[in-house]
Design a binder for this molecule. Structure first.
Ligand code: DAH
Length: 369
């Protein structure tokens, strides 16, 4: 653009002359190149190509130029804006690729690195055994019934035909809630759940009731003040001791394999007749009896293991629950769960059960659960 009128021309076409436009463009290109993140690039694009950028403002002024100059100015600014937009797109692509590469590198997960395993808990062996025991009965169509641990004297004793003078009511056995005159206690057996089931459920009744029981016992290798029982109760028409026997045999075989049971006469106020049930030793099957060369730790070479109490439901219990004892009869049994874990899993010290050491639980569960 040389010529005699150059200065006059540039004056007339005031702005934006190509130098100014190029200046804007250079500044913009520099800012775009300097952007190192897509966020910075966005800002640079706003500053240099946005509505308030010098180029946009210059573009807006085109309309104020003399008509003859508009075309040229428009082309100049349009071209600059085109170049600018291309530069933005190119830088955008570069930065996006860079950011992706950085993310892939920084967020890379090495699947071969050793992991820190969060230690997991284990089922308590008593919980596991209660589950297994209940499964045997649920498979026969029985229901699982639970009752409160804080119990009323009437359920724990009176309704079970345990009169006021019965020795198990003595203070050294029962943990009474203050004041004892309120007749509240920590249940000493799961048998009160029998009463609750008889009162609340329809006949015929087939229930098992596992749970905690409490007695003012010593804390030593074979006694805990808190332990567990599993109670069973059937009330139906025509139930006899033979049904009890068959049920216990099935229960024993389901839990211990090919073993027999035996009953020894006993007394419980809530059953008549009553018996204690023994389990044939599932380890030596009696082979150790009178055989000092092959002693058995599980049954202490006695051949039988005491397992629980049982009997035919005393009609007085049925009557206490409003059941016609001339129509219905039943049987009941109660086993110590902790004791069962002891001889079943060779756990000689009951105190281990309450120490809360997960290694104990794991060793008894055999890593199965
Ligand atoms: N409740 C008895 C106890 O704690 C155990 C027991 C014996 C339960 C005989 C029964 C039963 O259901 O029939 O020693």
């Amino acid at each position: 653009m040389s010529g005699p009128h150059e200065s006059v021309d540039s004056q007339r076409s005031t702005e934006p002359d190509s130098e100014v436009v190029n200046g804007y463009l250079h500044e913009a290109i520099a800012a775009i190149a300097a952007a190192t993140t897509t966020a910075e690039l966005k800002q640079a694009r706003l500053d240099h190509a946005g509505d308030r950028s010098p180029l946009a403002l210059a573009n807006r002024k085109i309309g104020t130029l003399p008509p003859a100059e508009r075309k040229e100015a428009g082309a100049r600014i349009g071209k600059a804006r085109g170049v600018l937009n291309q530069a933005v797109s190119a830088r955008q692509a570069e930065l996006a690729a860079l950011e992706l590469e950085t993310a892939l590198r920084d967020e890379h997960v090495d699947m071969t690195l050793p992991v820190h395993l969060t230690p997991q808990g284990a089922l308590h062996p008593i919980t596991a055994l209660i589950d297994d025991m209940c499964d045997v009965f649920v498979a026969m169509g029985w229901e699982v019934a639970e009752g409160p641990e804080l119990e009323a004297e009437w359920y724990n004793f009176d309704a079970l035909n345990i009169g006021p003078d019965h020795p198990s009511r003595a203070l050294q056995d029962t943990l009474w809630i203050d004041p004892p005159s309120d007749g509240k206690l920590l249940r000493t057996q799961t048998s009160p759940v029998q009463i609750r089931a008889l009162l609340e459920r329809d006949l015929p009744l087939y229930v098992v009731s596992p749970g905690k029981v409490f007695r003012a016992d010593e804390y030593d290798a074979t006694h805990l003040p808190v332990f567990h029982q599993l109670e069973g109760l059937v009330v139906d028409k025509g139930i006899s001791m033979a049904d009890l026997r068959g049920t216990l045999d099935h229960f024993a075989r389901a839990m211990f394999g090919d073993v027999r049971t035996r009953m020894r006469p006993h007394h419980f106020p809530f059953t008549e007749p009553s018996a204690e049930v023994d389990l044939e030793c599932f380890v030596c099957h009696g082979e150790s009896v009178g055989n000092p060369d092959a002693p058995c730790r599980t049954c202490r070479s006695e051949g039988w293991i005491e397992w629980g109490g049982c009997g035919v439901v005393n009609p007085r219990v049925l009557q206490a629950c409003g059941i016609d004892a001339s129509l219905y009869s039943g049987f009941a049994f109660g086993m110590g769960v902790d004791r069962t874990v002891m001889f079943r899993n060779n756990a000689p010290d009951l105190r281990d059960f309450v120490e809360g050491d997960i290694r104990f639980s794991r060793s008894l569960l055999g890593g199965a659960r």
